[in-house]
Design a protein around this ligand. Structure first.
Ligand code: KE4
Length: 428
């Protein structure tokens, strides 16, 4: 596979952009080789600047649930652009997306749009602290909630990829307010509340963890966090930036029947444009300016073009689409397991809907420690082999493979065949 143009471009990019990228995980640090410059995408396929085609399982880290350049989304965006790109004023697309999100997400009576998942979780924590007049935050090892200071200790995604226990530049007093416990560990949550309950403003959790690979909530885990938050007057924040409209139309809270106090969204609701959102029942959201004292603002929040892309995307996410996503993702899971077994390689697959996590090793992965205890260093070679096969996987063992509605049965079968060859190259 020739990638000379990517290599030349990356050398140029590294002179003016830190790490040659706009987000660390894209730098291929964990998998080696040169990041690939993508030129175009259509459906499940993306093409790089050298003309190589790949079946895409990054899907822009989640937003592209319909695949790339979906005709309806493109049409809606072009029409919106022609009407003007930004007014800094209320618009009908913004209102329509707000109504759609609030009607789909059980916990959301009111919503505020922002420009990223980071802004959504940052604002949700500020709101929870104001609502409870408390400061402490309970979070879970290996979850990732964006790059706002309070969330950057023991986090997943790029920090896990780069093996960073926390970020530089975050003052100690910020970290002091964070209590981090293992995912799926109910006794640890109970203990945290026993010790700090009256000080805990909020617990924030990815209801399906997608930033340490995929880790699935065990029966009773989310229910226990919900119960303890209620008992101690803390707010439960569901970070559904990945799971929102991914694992079900109403997100993980619909799938698992748990009602959080605040929900954060992003990715899919922007249809590939910068969007985030946070929402809750009215009596919580009324604390946000201009109705209440919690200040949060944004020049491009509710941008009409992004809203149009989100609306077009959500309007196509019907039951048939979710059924197809489930069918293709289940087929991928079974095929990968079969090929690994045929290659005499031990892998674990954690999956919820079209969120697929692949781990090298035999042990169950139920938290971040277990994820770090897998043979994750084998992932780099596997990633490289799959690139050679024309399959684009996340360049990190601590991310999620996303299946889109555009992935055909043929794509899945080809991926499985490619994985069979790639597994055979993995050193034992
Ligand atoms: P953004 O600020 O990147 O839009 O969203 C932050 C965020 C919040 N919550 C969850 C559960 C998330 O997964 C994310 C961002 N996800 C990462 C990858 N898993 C984005 C990719 C990147 O950082 O480049």
């Amino acid at each position: 596979m020739k990638t000379t143009l990517s290599e030349d471009l990356y050398e140029r990019a590294a002179r003016v952009m830190v790490g040659g990228v706009s987000s660390p995980v894209r730098a291929f640090k964990a998998v080696g080789g040169t990041p690939i410059f993508m030129a175009s995408g259509r459906g499940s396929t993306i093409r790089d600047v050298d003309g190589n085609a790949y079946i895409d399982y990054v899907c822009s880290w989640g937003p592209m649930i319909l695949g790339h350049s979906n005709p309806a989304v493109v049409k809606a965006v072009l029409a919106a652009v022609k009407r003007g790109t930004s007014f800094g004023a209320p618009t009908v697309p913004e209102l329509r997306l707000a109504e759609k999100v609030c009607s789909a997400i059980p916990s959301m009576e009111k919503v505020r749009f922002v420009n990223s998942g980071t802004e959504a979780t940052m604002s949700a924590l500020r709101l929870a602290r104001a609502y409870t007049s408390r400061t402490k935050l309970l979070k879970f090892d290996g979850c990732y909630h964006g790059h706002a200071d309070p969330f950057l200790t023991h986090a997943g995604s790029g920090l896990a990829t780069l093996d960073l226990p926390s970020s530089g530049g975050v003052p100690g007093y910020i970290g002091a307010d964070a209590i981090t416990v293992p995912y799926n560990d109910v006794p640890a949550v109970e203990n945290a509340f026993r010790l700090h309950g009256p000080e805990i403003a909020a617990a924030i959790v990815e209801p399906v963890a997608g930033n340490m690979g995929v880790v699935v909530p065990e029966p009773g885990f989310l229910e226990a966090v919900r119960k303890l938050c209620t008992q101690h007057g803390s707010l439960l924040i569901f970070d559904e930036v990945i799971t929102g409209f991914r694992v079900a139309p109403g997100g993980a809270q619909k799938l698992y029947g748990i009602r959080p106090d605040i929900t954060c969204l992003g990715k899919i609701i922007g249809g590939g444009f910068p969007v985030g959102a946070y929402g809750a029942r009215r009596e919580v959201m009324q604390m946000v300016a201009p109705e209440g004292p919690v200040y949060q603002a944004g020049t491009l929040a509710g941008n009409p073009v992004a809203m149009a892309a989100g609306l077009a995307t959500l309007s196509l996410l019907d039951q048939e689409t979710y059924r197809r996503l489930e069918d293709r993702s289940a087929r991928l899971e079974e095929g990968l397991k079969h090929e690994a077994a045929s290659a005499g390689l031990q892998i674990r697959i954690n999956r919820v809907g079209s969120m697929v996590g692949l781990f090298f090793g035999s042990k169950e992965v139920r938290n971040f420690e277990a994820a770090k205890g897998t043979r994750f260093k084998l992932y780099a070679g596997f990633h490289r082999s799959m690139l050679e096969e024309g399959v684009y996987l996340p360049p990190s063992a601590f991310e999620t493979l996303f299946v889109s509605a555009a992935h055909t049965g043929g794509d899945i079968d080809r991926t499985i065949e490619s994985a069979g060859r790639a597994f055979r190259k993995v050193p034992r």
